[in-house]
Ligand binder design. Structure first.
Ligand SMILES: [Zn+2]
Length: 133
């Protein structure tokens, strides 16, 4: 897999003294804490054809520079796309459940005749607010 240089947060590229070279199992895995949520910060094409990536672990704040092959980057991007799709599905489920719950509350309020035109007049014109003033 890719060879990379690790820099602890706060190190500068020129310091170099605390940099270490390690192997990464995949670009998404942090070699420092094993988090599976490594994020790409920047990329540029090197003369040797590899992509120079700056990566960051959101959990331990390690920053890494790695020279990756196109295949490694494609595999990483496919994982990112799959994760993004999973989050979108979870978000959609959450929104649907929330709307269903709100619809259930509104249906119950309508059935109990608790909703009147005043409820749609705006918050400052609500009879409850008027009573509180
Ligand atoms: Zn980490």
């Amino acid at each position: 897999m890719g060879e990379l240089t690790l820099r602890k947060s706060g190190d500068t590229e020129s310091s170099g003294a605390r940099s270490t070279v390690v192997q990464m199992p995949g670009l998404e895995i942090c070699p420092s804490c094993d988090s599976a949520y490594v994020q790409a910060l920047s990329s540029s094409r090197q003369k040797n054809g590899r992509l120079a990536l700056e990566l960051r672990c959101p959990e331990c704040e390690v920053r890494m520079c790695v020279a990756a092959t196109d295949a490694q980057v494609v595999a990483y991007e496919e994982l990112c796309d799959a994760g993004r799709e999973e989050m979108k599905r979870a978000y959609d489920r959450c929104v649907a459940e929330s709307l269903e719950a709100l619809a259930g509350v509104l249906a119950r309020a309508l059935a109990l005749d608790l909703v009147t035109a005043d409820d749609f007049a705006g918050p400052l014109r609500s009879p409850v607010v008027r009573r509180l003033r």
